[in-house]
Ligand binder design. Sequence first.
Ligand code: AMP
Length: 393
Amino acid sequence: MTVRSIQEVELSGKKVLIREDLNVPIKAGEILNDARIRATVPTIKYALEKGASVILMSHLGRPDEGVPISEQQEASLAPVAKHLSELLNNQVDLMPTDFSADSAAKLSPGSCVMLENVRCNIGEKNNSDELSQYYASLCDVFVMDAFGTAHRAQASTHGVAKFAPVACAGLLLSGELEALNKALAQPLSPMLAVVGGAKVSSKLMVLEALAQKVDHLIVGGGIANTFLAAAGYSVGKSLYEEDMLAKAREIMRLTNIPLPSDVAVAKEFSESALAEIKVIADIAEDDMILDIGPETISDYVRVISEMKTILWNGPLGVFEFDAFAAGTESVAKAIAENTGFSIAGGGETITAIELYKISDQVSYMSTGGGAFLEFVEGKTLPAVAILEDRNAG
Ligand code: AMP
């Protein structure tokens, strides 16, 4: 099934309500990373240029539902509205909570306003029909563009799409779905997945789904430690999950998982810890594996260079500490140099991509963390499913 794109909908003179993911890190009123805000600009500009009046909505953080924004100012979208005004070169005013269908009707074409944090509204989280109908009453066209929250069935992501006169996908959401389908539905082979991070348990379903799909699976970080332990190696004091060993062995039977032959270890988990390179058979009782070693890096770089499709989520080591960043940096750069199709997603992964300045060389960077992983697991994203239903019916 397909979703209708904003490009297939008449927008001129219409009130267009767009659900964006403007959930950015803010400290003392300062936006620390505006990547998610920048990602929303093409859809908003598109609607404005087509002569729509635009109403934006998003969540920000985890405020208390039913508590007015005046009592939880840290959850206000005010800094986001200000920053977006600059990016769009078009004033974006934040609307009071009594913003109604009548207020929406008074907006002129080409104007853009923003509702306050949807998570303060009673009924948002449990996807209440009443709140969904209120959102729908504000618009002629509802545009879902928040891929990062598409895995949540809430009033502003799912319910509103049931009741809005027209419901479609924005440019960002359409782009995400297209890139993910390209990587997962019809991948050019050979295909590689790189899954790093702290714990097998938090990525078990992703690992299982990918192991059935890919030709090679490179595991990294604490996840690799669990696989090393499952293969019978001693991992000393390293982060690993004893209760995941049987699962790791099952996954190893499904696909080709090249395990590290050498690693960077430390005696303590600290920024100032010294890295020592050891072959995997030499790990001592008090060693902690915090990165892959140079021989493993060159093996992985070679595998990466031979792939036509690469999907990446999660760091290969504790890349926040300079002494243990080489694995993540080298793998990131090898993915960047690969001329096939590469897609990366997840918070830490995007941080690494920005740190190593390779965002232009990765074919697609997903804005979703949880939504990206759930899509890769093969789950239906509720906010996408409702758009498909609306398109079909
Ligand atoms: P995740 O959220 O599961 O993707 O995990 C990301 C975190 O895993 C990063 O903050 C890394 O510092 C951490 N990490 C990666 N490798 C290791 C390791 N070998 N030991 C402990 N933590 C690790």
